[in-house]
Design a protein around this ligand. Structure first.
Ligand SMILES: Cc1cc2nc3c(=O)[nH]c(=O)nc-3n(C[C@H](O)[C@H](O)[C@H](O)COP(=O)(O)OP(=O)(O)OC[C@H]3O[C@@H](n4cnc5c(N)ncnc54)[C@H](O)[C@@H]3O)c2cc1C
Length: 388
């Protein structure tokens, strides 16, 4: 990365590199093979001092620093995509919650969550609206002292493992589709069920599932956004945290795929010629092109994150959305090159290249999808409303 980083960013980065090398990378193959929940990785993250990144120190977190958090998530994703995805959803939940919560709400909900090292995740996307994450069909009902929550959420990472759900829906049945509330939903209240645990091509250790939430009563102050304005009031925090977690995750997974491709081609020898694949210029060309794409994308992603930490939304909104589009097309490009460079050995399904390939190809489809990012950038440039 071609920029100077602060002392704290260095400290976070060093911790993330140590976690990647000593814990995440050594476990990654086995986690993928059995599609199991990476408990030991989360235990190590909880002990690392990085668990509260994204939450201000005054509320028990490790601090809010988009670039610093991006540095951490890239390393984690380079070691184990599944762990980074689930940890990213955790950071991406507490960060905007703490950003929009009142002091009283943060003291009641966020501070104890940080003390107890609770894990959060996003119960957000609905099957009815898919990648159009700004439209919600589900709605809550107001009760005398709180809210009655009901929804079916299509893809929830860390389903059943999380202690806290970032939970979204409309404030009432007659509210417009874009009127969204945000609740802090304590998983221990019950009332939720996993209805369909799906088995992804990749990211197999992050336990994603469809979930149904039925008649869960929460108190008034569990609504961190209660007037349907989440898309306006929480948007800067949502976009910054998305950039530092989800977008960077796919950068780390792309780098991981380059790493494993290099390892493979250095070890594969053709016995008729005695040449390693790494000595073939076609392969050298592909490796160079893969790394160049990842490095160029990294600069866009980190420039947007750097601005997100220091400037107003107008200066970094479009670069951040472009960064998601760029990271998606880079992941797709790197995946194609890796298959060409490694051949059938990479396609057999159970090797390191194959795991990194299957993880990386989720980049264009995870919301905001590459298609939608390009549309949103186009709308911004054409002075058209972003969401509709
Ligand atoms: C590994 C993984 C983990 C996830 N974790 C979570 C989570 O923790 N919490 C959560 O809430 N969600 C999560 N999601 C959901 C995710 O972010 C997406 O919202 C979801 O994948 C949308 O899928 P869909 O099939 O319903 O998309 P659809 O909306 O059916 O879209 C299908 C394709 O069509 C394209 N498309 C749709 N409409 C248009 C249009 N008008 N113009 C151009 N292109 C269009 C989309 O870009 C997409 O590529 C996860 C998804 C994955 C894959």
């Amino acid at each position: 990365m071609l920029r100077e980083i602060t002392k704290r960013q260095h400290e976070w980065l060093d911790k993330a590199v140590a976690l990647r090398e000593n814990v995440l990378a050594p476990n990654a193959s086995e986690i993928d093979e059995f599609g199991r929940w990476p408990k030991e990785n989360f235990d190590a993250l909880k002990a690392s001092g990085l668990w509260g990144i994204g939450v201000p120190e005054e509320f028990g977190g490790a601090g809010v620093d988009p670039l610093g958090i991006g540095l951490v998530l890239e390393q984690l994703a380079r070691g184990c995509g599944s762990t980074a995805m689930a940890f990213g959803m955790h950071v991406n939940s507490f960060w905007p919650l703490a950003a929009v919560g009142t002091k009283e709400q943060n003291e009641k909900y966020i501070v104890p969550a940080m003390e107890k090292k609770l894990q959060a995740t996003h119960a957000n996307t609905e099957r009815a609206t898919g990648t159009q994450f700004w439209n919600f069909l589900s709605f809550a009902q107001k009760t005398k002292s709180g809210w009655l929550l009901n929804a079916e959420k299509a893809f929830v990472t860390s389903a059943g493992e999380a202690d806290v759900y970032w939970f979204t829906g409309r404030p009432s049945e007659d509210a417009p589709l874009m009127a969204v509330n945000l609740w802090y939903l304590d998983a221990s209240l019950g009332g939720w069920d996993i209805t369909d645990e799906w088995h992804g091509l990749g990211l197999r250790g992050q336990r994603s599932a469809r979930m149904v939430f039925k008649d869960i009563e929460v108190p008034d102050d569990a609504a961190f956004v209660a007037d349907g304005s989440m898309l306006e009031t929480a948007f800067p925090a949502i976009l910054a945290s998305l950039g530092a977690t989800l977008i960077v995750n796919f950068l780390g997974m792309s780098q991981s795929l380059v790493d494993h491709t290099i390892k493979h081609v250095k070890n594969r020898v053709h016995q008729n010629t005695g040449l390693r694949l790494s000595q073939v210029d076609m392969v050298q060309d592909r490796i160079g092109a893969m790394q160049a794409r990842v490095d160029a994308t990294r600069e866009l992603v980190y420039s947007a994150l750097d601005l997100a930490g220091r400037e107003s939304l107008e200066s970094w909104m479009v670069p951040m959305i472009e960064a998601k589009s760029a990271v998606a097309s880079t992941a797709t490009y790197v995946a194609e090159q890796a298959l060409h460079a490694c051949g059938a050995q990479a396609y057999r399904g159970d090797g390191e290249v194959s795991r990194a390939y299957r993880d990386a190809i989720a980049a264009p489809i995870m919301a905001p999808s590459e298609d939608w990012c390009n549309i949103l950038v186009g709308r911004a440039l054409l002075d058209e409303p972003l969401f509709g």
